[in-house]
Write a protein of this length. Sequence first.
Length: 563
Amino acid sequence: MSSPKPSFSRSAPLGLAAWRKRLAAVRLPLVSPPDVLQALQDPDLPSPRLLEALNRDLPLGLAVMREAQRVLPKGQRVSNLAHALGVLGLTRLYKLIDTLGQQRLDPEQAGHLHLAEALQTSRLAGHLALQFTQIEAGNDGLARMGAVQAQNVAEWLLPVAAPALVEEMAQRVQDNERPARVEQELLGCTLQQLSAAVAVDIGLFEADSASLLHALEPALLGRAARLAWIGTNPPEIPTDLGRWLYRPSTLPSLLQMLAHELMRDWYSRRSSVLLKAIATHRHLKLDEVLAATRRAAVQASLEPHLWALCAAPATRLLWPPKPRLRPVHAAAAGAPEPAQQPAPAARAATTSRNPSDPVAPAPKPRPKPAPVQPSSVEPGSRARMLIDLFVDDCRSGRHADLSTFFRAFKLSLADGLGLERYALFLKMSQGEQLLCFLARGFGPDIEPRRYSLALDGHNLIAKVFAQPNGFFMAERARVAGLRALLPEKLRPELLASGALWGAVHVNQRSVGVLWADCGPEGGDLDAVQYAGFKLLVRHFGDELTRLMRVQKSQTVFADSSRL
C-alpha cells in the first residue's frame, strides 16, 4: 500500500456562486504583441481583419465582449464579436486596447503558463468547429469558432484568479486522478459548470446554461463511437441515440472535449472514442474525421503568440502515446495479485484438467444499469447546482429567449433530476381549457398546439391547476387508481413508475400545469425528485411569462414546435 499523502488544513471549497462572482472581476493579460495591438488601432484596417484579430486574441475578445455588455441597456445581450464592436465603436475600442495593452502574457507570472495552455486548447476547439460544424445562414466562421471557444472560459480566468489552486489541480490530474473529482473537491463545482455560469453572466456568443452544461453520458458516448463509419456503408443510428446525439449542445461539447484530450495525448483511448463519436455525428468516415482534425491542429499551430509558453497542437501529434496508468486511489488500494497470477499448483491443475470434466458456467452478464436518479437535492449536490443555476438565471432574467429557457429547463429536469419526459399545458386566454404547449417523449395524441383538455374540475390535471399549493406526486402504488382521473388521451401516458405534476404560477395565479416523469426506461419516482421538481417549477412561471411578453403571441406558438 502506498504511503498516504501528507494532510493539509484546507478550507471548504468556495462553490459555484462564489467562484462565479470572483471570476467576474478578473482581467486577463493580452496575447498579441505590441506591434499587433498598434496595428489594430489603424482606422483603415478592414473590419474582417479586425474581427479576426480580436477572435484570435481570446483575452482581448473577451474584454471587448464584456465592455460592450456593460454599455448595453439592462436586458439586452451582446450576441457576438461583430455585435460587440458595433456597440463600442472604434474610439472606445482603441481606448480599451490602450488600457489593457499594459498587461501581457508573461511566462514568469504565476498562472500564465496554465492560462496559455487553456487559450491554446480553446483555439484548437475553435478550429475544430470550423472543420465540423454545419454552415448555417448568418453563422460565419467567427461565430462558429466563438461558440465553441467560450465553453471553457473559466479555464482562462481561473489561473489568474487562483494560480496556486490551478497548479494543484493540474498536478493531481497529471497524477492520474479524475479531473471532475479534483475540480469538485477543490472548487466545489466542475470547470464545465463554472464555465457555463460565467459565459451566461458575460453573454458570450449567446451562451446559455443548457448548451454549456450538457454532460456527455459515457454510455451514450461509447455507443456513438461504436457506430463510427469505418466500412463501406455508415451504420444506422438508433432513434434513442440519435435524440441524444443531435441535441444542440452535443457537437460543441464533443469538440471541446476532443480539444482537451488532444492537448494531453493524441493517441489515448479517450481521443479515439471522441473521434469516432464525431464521425458518427457528422456522417463522415473515420479517416475523413482524422484528416480534418489534423488540419484543425495545423491551423491552430499557425498562431505563434503562444508558442513560447506551451507546445503547439500539431507538435503534440508527434509526441509518443502516454503510458496507461491506474488512478492513484486504485493503486493505493492494492491489486489482489493471487487472483491475477495463480500459484504454480493452481496453474498445473488448470492445464492438467480432463477435457471431460464439466466446465464452469460462464458468468452472468451484468444487468443494464437504470438511469441515474439524484441521491440528494441538498446544497452542494450536482442536482442542486443545476437547479440553482436555472433558478438564478430565471431570477436575473438571463435567458435570451424561449428556446434557451426551455433548453436550460430540460437540462435541469433530465440531467439534474433524471426526469426524461415532460409536458407543459398552458391556459388559453379564451375558454376554460389547457393547451399542450410542448411535450417531450409523449405519444402522437399529445401533440403540441393541438391537444387540449378541459378545466372542468373533474380531471386530475384540472385539480392540480386549481390547488393553492399546486403540486402532486403519483407513486407506483397509486397509479392504477389515478389513471381513471385523467382525460382519456392522457391515461396511457401515465407510466407505472409514476408522475409529477406542478401548477405554474404567475403572481399567485395558476397559468398552467407541468407534467414530468422518468420515462419508460427510468425507475420509480422518489421524494428527492419530487423536492427538486418543486424547486424548479416555483420559478418557472415568472420567467416564462417575461419571455412570452418579449415575443408576439403568434411567434410564440410557432417557435414552440421546434423546442
